[in-house]
Design a binder for this molecule. Structure first.
Ligand SMILES: C[S@@+](CC[C@H](N)C(=O)[O-])C[C@H]1O[C@@H](n2cnc3c(N)ncnc32)[C@H](O)[C@@H]1O
Length: 520
């Protein structure tokens, strides 16, 4: 292990600096940026840990050193952009630090040479001017004054160990500990310093990440600014069950018993309409005999299991595999066959379970963040993808919602399709959180006049709490038209109440019949 003097300057010259990275978990946040005289972008890292307010280590790092921690860099750049250059978000409050000030707890600007305080592009040469345990405070301050160079490390010494750069509390007792970073001078410089190299690195990392995904390609484009979709978002092909969430064991799923794999006419799930998996599916009312209709209607249309069902997908023709108009227009759940069925993998009642087949593109919209579109024409009824993520309990979802605050985008989706009818209380329902983990559908925006729609798809008719939310094209959609669904998807006869104050989020869908609010 050896001490590091500053960004990219190592005592141990035999090791390549670029091999050493910061561990994302060691970083609290990136708080400032600068460009050195040699044109190198550097970022000021606030280290995570319990240090005491005036002893928190800060150090400047190159993009290479931060290449395992690009999420932190990305969130800094996004805040920087949102704050439109003021960069005040991460700036520790002077008034609060003043309250706790101790004799050695002065703002760093007091230690900087005048040239440095004035300078917009100071000379950040790779000289030995750093504040670390290896240099006592007086030596640090002297060298700063001489060279007018901002220190590379504050309140600590950096060491490298097994490929990582690590901050250690300064062992020297007479090191001047500083707080109030970044200083206003640093912020002024930061506001004018280029961040292009970091943006490019983030962009390449996002592209690499998307290319590595299985299935039809997902790309991203941004013709509006230099941002990329969040690197912190993890693409998964299946939802992940979090603590307290249980789904029925796959071994116990009941499959269809009468259907067969050699499904010619007369034998397939799609022909008989009596496939066991469709037991709770919508009755095919048009095919009921007089006698059947009388029984069915007398039961208040509740006695569904005996009658032939609507099959969800076209089994042949030009729209083979597409959702049939009946389901497109209804809110009936779609029941697919499963791994315990006799029909086998070729059964035409399997679609959503085989996953996305269409190529998608994440793109930056004018007024609603990232959006999603398909790079090929979609037919009415084409399956796009599922909405997936972490499945959490209702209580956990409430905590996440509270912590997120009202101004933040929402990615929560309640799985309440079967709950009420099966006596499950609201607080026992589960919620999909697609914010940090999920599929590309997490980027689909809302429209009051949508071209897609969400449907309930179940592979286990007895599991009332865990099922899929699947997005299908609600009409033919030409390539590159933004995919949009109605977040509320209310029945026409459901009254829409005006949302109240702080809970409302304004809708920018621009449709003629726009309801003005995303949800109520
Ligand atoms: C599931 S996310 C969709 C992806 C999101 N645009 C993004 O950049 O991550 C939902 C959020 O997108 C934004 N959004 C979606 N549709 C919108 C609309 N019609 N008008 C305004 N904002 C919208 C809102 O911030 C909403 O909370």
């Amino acid at each position: 292990m050896s001490a590091i003097e500053g960004p990219g300057v190592f005592e141990d010259r035999s090791s390549s600096p670029s091999r050493h990275k910061l561990r994302p978990t060691d970083i609290h946040s990136v708080v400032c940026n600068r460009v050195t005289a040699s044109g190198q972008e550097q970022y000021l890292v606030r280290w995570a840990g319990n240090w005491g307010s005036s002893r928190i280590p800060y150090s400047w790092h190159t993009i290479d050193e931060l290449s395992n921690s690009l999420c932190h860099l990305q969130s800094y750049l996004e805040n920087r952009q949102n704050e439109s250059g003021s960069l005040s978000l991460h700036h520790e409050s002077r008034s609060s630090s003043r309250k706790r000030r101790t004799p050695d707890d002065e703002p760093i600007s007091q230690y900087l040479a005048p040239a440095q305080q004035r300078s917009v592009h100071p000379d950040y040469s790779r000289s030995s001017s750093v504040m670390s345990a290896s240099s006592d405070s007086s030596r640090s301050l002297q060298s700063e004054s001489r060279g007018a160079i901002e220190p590379g490390v504050y309140n600590a010494v950096l060491q490298k160990k097994e490929g990582y750069i690590i901050a250690k509390a300064s062992p020297a007792t007479n090191v001047a500990h500083v707080s109030g970073l970044p200083t206003s001078t640093m912020l002024e410089h930061a506001a004018q310093a280029s961040t292009t190299a970091a943006e490019n690195r983030i962009r390449s990392e996002m592209t690499r990440k998307l290319k590595a995904l299985p299935g039809a390609p997902i790309t991203f484009v941004n013709t509006l600014d230099r941002t990329s979709p969040p690197l912190s978002f993890q693409f998964v092909t299946k939802s992940v069950l979090r603590e307290g969430v249980e789904m029925l064991d796959v071994e116990t799923i009941v499959g269809c018993k009468k259907c067969r794999p050699d499904m010619g006419a007369q034998k397939g799930c799609e022909y008989t309409k009596m496939c066991g998996c469709l037991e709770f599916a919508a009755v095919d009312e048009a095919r009921l005999t007089e006698e059947e209709r009388a029984i069915y209607e007398a039961s208040g249309k509740d006695n569904v299991s005996k009658f032939g069902k609507k099959f969800p997908y076209f089994s042949s023709g030009t729209r083979k595999g597409c959702l049939v108009p009946f389901y497109l227009e209804s809110r009936n759940a779609i029941y697919e066959c499963n791994q315990n069925c006799r029909c086998g993998p070729g059964c035409k009642n399997r679609n959503v379970q085989y996953g996305r087949k269409v190529e998608l593109q994440i793109f930056k919209t004018q007024n609603r963040g990232w959006g999603l579109r398909c790079s090929q024409d979609l037919r009415e009824g084409d399956f796009i993808d599922t909405y997936r993520g972490e499945i959490v309990t209702d209580a956990e979802a409430n905590i996440r919602e509270r912590e997120a605050g009202l101004g933040k985008p929402s990615y929560l989706y309640v799985l309440d399709k079967f709950g009420v009818d099966n006596g499950i209380a609201q607080e026992d329902l589960y919620v999909i959180d697609g914010e940090y983990l999920g599929g590309p559908t997490r980027f689909i925006n809302h429209s009051c006049e949508p071209n897609c729609r969400q449907y309930t798809v179940s592979y286990n008719k007895y599991d009332f709490r865990v099922y899929e939310i699947a997005l299908f094209a609600y009409r033919d959609i030409p390539a590159y038209e933004e995919l949009l669904f109605d977040y509320m998807d209310k029945d026409d006869d459901d009254p829409l109440t005006e949302p109240e104050g702080e809970h409302r989020a304004e809708c920018n869908c621009g449709a003629n019949n726009c309801r003005k609010w995303l949800w109520v």
